[in-house]
Design a protein around this ligand. Structure first.
Ligand SMILES: Cc1cc2nc3c(=O)[nH]c(=O)nc-3n(C[C@H](O)[C@H](O)[C@H](O)COP(=O)(O)OP(=O)(O)OC[C@H]3O[C@@H](n4cnc5c(N)ncnc54)[C@H](O)[C@@H]3O)c2cc1C
Length: 451
């Protein structure tokens, strides 16, 4: 949708969107909505020190220094201009800047409306303003790119509602089909990177929409001889619900939440990168852990959180346990009370002494960090889940799809999780949404101007 809006603003007369599902928005819609950008205005107001250089360095380092420096620079330089563009398109951001899980910084923006819907709803409304210049075909998976004899992509075809053939001839085609995290067979085939020691079969769930995140765009790109890179870099996220892998209930994003194993102990710095967090979880008894938080995060059980859910709702669903004291919580989650109390005390020491590392490497660097002292306490059992796929179509900073020799495939552009090279071997929390809108905006402009 971002690419479509940008294309129309950059001179395209008509944009046709082919969407596999019955509605627009994909993973972006169900995402937590964290969007990283260095924002002098909001960060300064909160006393957060940051810079685009720091953002660049943490993105490179978090990605094990295998991301493409040019793409990372483009992302980190343009994330804030993208925030401003999104505001112009109707997105309303909260003033408060937070930290997504594994964001390695405090620069995550969130919409005022719940989660990713804050963005998709604004862009869907914006598209409506373009009237006849936009055609949205839902339930229409694209299955083939049409090419001329020279190898230029000149259109796309698919099947609407499983029966009606659709062919769209176009001077430019943008792939924005998302990742392949829900494609269990394919993710196992390519899993030779950070998770090679873990079998990513059905026993591990996914946070993604199953039908959407199948990697269709990779096949399409390949058919046009675009280069596909970094497929082995798959991301697991610690916020999975046992059994499904869906992200539900209290969330690992934000601060002042502890990872507690079945012995009642902390075992990792909660502010670590996602691969570090998940690797630590797999080493714990049953490969699971309790996410523990307290009144600090939920001072009012009736107030919706950033995902639009209240603690009251979560308690009613039954997966979140509540206790007034740590002794009671220890009983509820069946861990030794002395361990649980020691774990909280240790965190509180680090949280009260800004700049002092605890034994897991946790340092209170975030302006929200504070000791967790008061009940009620809340705990929820969590597991690692397949979340994001860092590899995909090789692109340049104009979002042009590139072939194996690094030359643009004429007529083909790509943006978002279908692309590779930006996030290296481990994406920072909050960088996908920044990527999707930054490169989506660029892809739309490039496609309209046939760069
Ligand atoms: C639960 C969850 C929470 C997340 N939270 C965050 C967060 O807070 N911050 C962050 O940075 N990242 C987050 N992420 C990751 C981020 O949301 C995704 O990486 C990002 O939204 C991908 O955007 P996209 O536009 O590339 O793909 P999507 O938003 O998934 O859109 C792709 C669309 O293409 C459609 N499609 C697929 N194949 C075809 C086809 N053949 N033909 C036509 N259409 C097709 C899909 O149906 C889908 O609608 C989260 C992801 C999930 C699942």
């Amino acid at each position: 949708m971002a690419a479509a809006v940008s294309a129309l603003e950059n001179g395209a007369k008509k944009v046709v969107i082919l969407e596999k599902l019955g509605y627009l928005g994909g993973s972006t819609n169900v995402s937590g909505g964290a969007l990283n950008a260095v924002d002098d205005k909001r960060q300064k107001a909160q006393g957060i020190e940051d810079s685009v250089q720091k953002f660049y360095e943490s993105t490179m380092k978090g990605g094990h220094n295998v991301g493409n420096p040019e793409l990372v620079k483009y992302l980190t330089d343009n994330a804030y201009p993208t925030v401003e563009w999104m505001e112009k398109e109707g997105v309303v951001f909260r003033d408060k800047i937070g930290a997504a899980t594994g964001s390695l910084g405090q620069r995550s923006h969130y919409g005022k409306k719940p989660a990713g819907y804050a963005y998709t709803s604004a862009f869907e409304n914006k598209l409506k303003e373009f009237g006849d210049h936009v055609v949205v075909l839902t339930e229409t998976p694209a299955s083939k790119l049409i090419m001329d004899k020279s190898g230029r992509v000149i259109g796309v075809s698919g099947l609407h509602a499983g029966k009606q053939p659709v062919t769209v001839m176009a001077p430019s085609v943008i792939l924005a089909t998302g990742g392949f995290g829900a494609n269990v067979k394919f993710r196992q085939e390519v899993n030779t990177g950070v998770w090679k020691e873990v079998t990513l079969d059905n026993r591990i769930g996914t946070t993604n929409i199953n039908k959407a995140a199948q990697g269709d765009g990779l096949k399409l790109a390949k058919s046009a001889h675009a280069d596909i890179i970094g497929l082995s870099d798959i991301q697991l996220h610690p916020n999975g619900t046992p059994g499904t892998g869906l992200m539900q209930d209290i969330a690992t994003s934000g601060r002042n939440r502890l990872f507690i194993n079945k012995n009642g102990d902390r075992f990792v710095s909660e502010s670590a990168a996602r691969d570090t967090l998940c690797k630590a979880i797999f080493k714990q008894p049953d490969g699971t852990y309790w996410l523990l938080m307290n009144k600090l995060r939920y001072p009012d059980e009736n107030k919706p959180d950033r995902m639009g859910v209240t603690m009251k709702d979560m308690l009613a669903l039954g997966r979140v346990k509540k206790a007034d004291t740590l002794d009671e919580m220890a009983k509820l989650i069946n861990v030794p009370a002395d361990h649980l109390k020691a774990a909280v005390a240790e965190y509180n020491k680090a949280a009260s002494n800004k700049g002092t590392k605890d034994k897991f490497g946790f340092v209170a660097t975030n302006t929200d960090d504070a000791p967790m002292t008061e009940g009620p306490w809340y705990a929820c059992l969590k597991v690692p889940t397949v979340h994001h796929t860092m590899g995909g179509v090789r692109i340049d900073t104009l979002a042009r799809a590139l072939d194996k020799d690094g030359k643009p495939v004429p007529g083909l552009y790509a943006a978002g999780e279908v692309t590779g090279g930006i996030h290296g071997a481990n994406r920072l929390g909050g960088n996908a949404i920044a990527d999707v809108f930054t490169f989506g905006r660029q892809a739309g402009a490039s496609a309209a101007q046939q760069k």
